[in-house]
Design a protein around this ligand. Structure first.
Ligand SMILES: C[S@@+](CC[C@H](N)C(=O)[O-])C[C@H]1O[C@@H](n2cnc3c(N)ncnc32)[C@H](O)[C@@H]1O
Length: 187
């Protein structure tokens, strides 16, 4: 059994650098790209597949990145497990598995409960950035976000690397659906 990695408590102390979360960080393309580009921000990847978490941790070690970490976690429970209330400035959720068959829709990540977990974890001014290639999933997400969330412009002046899945979709000439939102309770 591998030893459980813990997020350094110093990350959550007052005055610590802002924290961004990449939820469903896969093998860390976006997580590591961001950590390299923005050393003044701490980046936490949360991923359900342990082998992928290990991959991320190996890359983080090899690149000597002190501002990136990946932990194992699944769904809304992981938000509560890993993130104190009002601790995170941005949560990125990119290309969550779409589960396109209606009978599998309950397996989707973005649910009301998940959004409540995100709201709890975001600090005042915090933002959720969502991307998907699945128009139907996106429309369901937008319906959930209609209550209690305000949409912001996607472009916020920050240059971000593309995620692994985004790269694939862009190469196929497909434009992802995306939105940035802020909980009304955290303004
Ligand atoms: C389709 S991939 C997208 C990966 C990456 N975000 C990107 O844009 O390239 C979805 C990732 O989310 C992870 N994942 C799926 N459901 C999850 C859940 N409920 N909790 C945490 N991670 C999950 C998968 O294991 C996979 O690594």
């Amino acid at each position: 059994m591998p030893e459980e990695i813990l997020v350094p408590p110093a990350w959550f102390e007052p005055g610590a650098p802002p924290i961004e979360v990449d939820f469903g960080c896969h093998r860390g393309t976006f997580l590591l790209g961001m950590a390299e580009k923005y050393p003044g921000i701490n980046f936490l990847g949360i991923e359900k597949q342990s082998a992928r978490v290990e991959k991320c941790l190996g890359k983080i070690r090899r690149q000597g990145l002190g501002n990136a970490l990946a932990v194992q976690g699944e769904g809304a429970a992981a938000l509560v497990r890993w993130l104190p209330e009002r601790s995170v400035s941005i949560v990125h959720v990119s290309f969550p598995d779409p589960w396109p068959k209606r009978r599998h829709a309950s397996r989707r990540l973005v649910t009301r409960g998940f959004l409540e977990g995100i709201e709890r974890a975001l600090c005042p001014g915090g933002v959720l950035r969502l991307m998907t290639d699945d128009a139907s999933y996106f429309s369901d997400m937008k319906a959930l976000l209609r209550q209690g969330w305000a949409e912001l412009p996607w472009e916020d002046g920050v240059e971000r690397p593309v995620t692994a899945f985004e790269k694939t979709f862009l190469e196929r000439g497909r434009r992802p659906c995306r939105c940035a939102v802020r909980p009304l309770s955290r303004r």
